[in-house]
Design a protein around this ligand. Structure first.
Ligand SMILES: Cc1ncc(COP(=O)(O)O)c(C=O)c1O
Length: 360
């Protein structure tokens, strides 16, 4: 007898739901999940291998539950006077965000975000049994401080997500929105800066707002600029009291000794690991200009990807690119597709395939 999910005594609020499912296909040009498509430089990879080999010798023991050295490394990397008591980390920033929701949302509580935004906020909220409340954006997906504050005050959420810059649209977010939203709620405000390293160098981070705002958290990831998506390392900076709340919900020893060793070693080479960021920005801007020249509307992006509109049939264009070995993302915004900036060759391959396919 075959059993389906519906036959199991699953939680009522999970019945009929769909899991996160960006297609993973072994295509030559994969520009669909905003990875850094440049590999880790050889000398850094060697140093990381040595660190993992060393950690392996003690792998009979549980790892440092407080990942002390890694926390210090993140504090040093972030700067802005952040110290290690203000740092949290997890297996990807997804886990860090889940910890925030487990501690501050959960059944009977709510989480809020301005859609379209990172789809995992909704799924993570559902996973902890919290209700997701969808706010709206203005022209060109921008958020205006007064409107944002009004929406948040009306919704009364326990957790607010501000994606800065925003996925899947690439839109920048100014810090006055963070300040306005913080003042409009008694809940936790998470500024997700997964793509901050791709923003203009002089654009301020929400880290500058942490002082005196104990309900503010700024999350980051090593998956994008650091080219470390496969290692699964994300982190967050906040008041030490907020970090203590996250300790209540994490699994003991949630960061393996191998992960801690790899991430600590990678952070020792932050400059080299980040060397590709400028090249990716160059490809992103070339991609935007070429998309415009092809007649599409490329939305302003401070990330490593571009959302473009003017696609007559996104599903058909996505499929035609797939058949040419190019994987991008149909994120369900009518008339739009999203593509990650890859290496120069990958970006060219995508643009050439798109101009062949046409379909505007
Ligand atoms: C806005 C945003 N936040 C968080 C993440 C999660 O990244 P990770 O769990 O790999 O750190 C992503 C990944 O695409 C993202 O786009």
């Amino acid at each position: 007898m075959t059993v389906s999910l519906d036959d199991l005594p699953i939680r009522a609020d999970l019945r009929g739901q769909k899991p996160y499912g960006a297609p993973q296909a072994p295509l030559p040009v994969a520009l669909n999940v905003n990875e850094n498509t440049h590999p880790v430089p050889e000398d850094v990879a060697n140093d990381i291998s040595d660190a993992i080999a060393q950690a392996l010798r003690d792998v009979n023991r549980y790892p440092d539950r407080e990942f002390t050295e890694l926390r210090e490394s993140f504090a040093q990397y972030l700067g802005h006077g952040v110290d290690s008591s203000q740092i949290w980390a997890g297996n990807g920033s997804n886990e860090v965000l889940q910890h925030v929701l487990q501690a501050f949302a959960g059944p009977g509580r709510t989480a809020f975000g301005f859609e379209p935004t990172y789809s995992m906020y909704r799924l993570l909220s559902r996973g902890v049994g919290a209700e997701w409340l969808a706010g709206t954006r203005g022209h060109d997906y921008r958020i205006d401080p007064e409107d944002a504050a009004r929406q948040v005050a009306d919704a009364h959420p326990d957790v607010v997500f501000l994606c800065a810059p925003n996925n899947p649209t690439g839109t920048p977010l100014s810090l006055d929105v963070v300040e306005a939203v913080y003042d409009a709620t008694d809940g936790i405000v998470v500024v997700d800066e997964a793509y901050q390293e791709f923003a203009p160098k002089d654009s301020p981070s929400a880290l500058t707002l942490l002082g005196g705002r104990p309900r503010l958290a700024v999350s980051r990831t090593m998956s994008k600029a650091f080219a470390f998506a496969g290692a699964r390392v994300g982190y967050l900076a906040a008041d030490p009291a907020l970090i203590d709340a996250l300790r209540l919900v994490r699994l003991p020893y949630h960061l393996s000794a191998l992960t801690q060793a790899a991430a600590t070693a990678a952070l020792r080479h932050a400059d080299t690991m980040l060397a590709m960021v400028d090249e990716i920005i160059l490809q992103r801007d070339r991609m935007g200009a070429t998309l415009e020249a092809l007649g599409y509307q490329a939305h302003e992006s401070w990330t490593n990807f571009i959302l473009f509109g003017g696609v007559a049939d996104p599903a058909a264009t996505w499929q035609a690119l797939y058949e040419r070995g190019v994987l991008i993302r149909d994120i369900g915004i009518p008339g739009h597709l999203r593509a990650t900036a890859g290496t120069e060759e990958e970006t060219t391959a995508f643009l050439e395939a798109l101009s062949e396919v046409g379909g505007r």
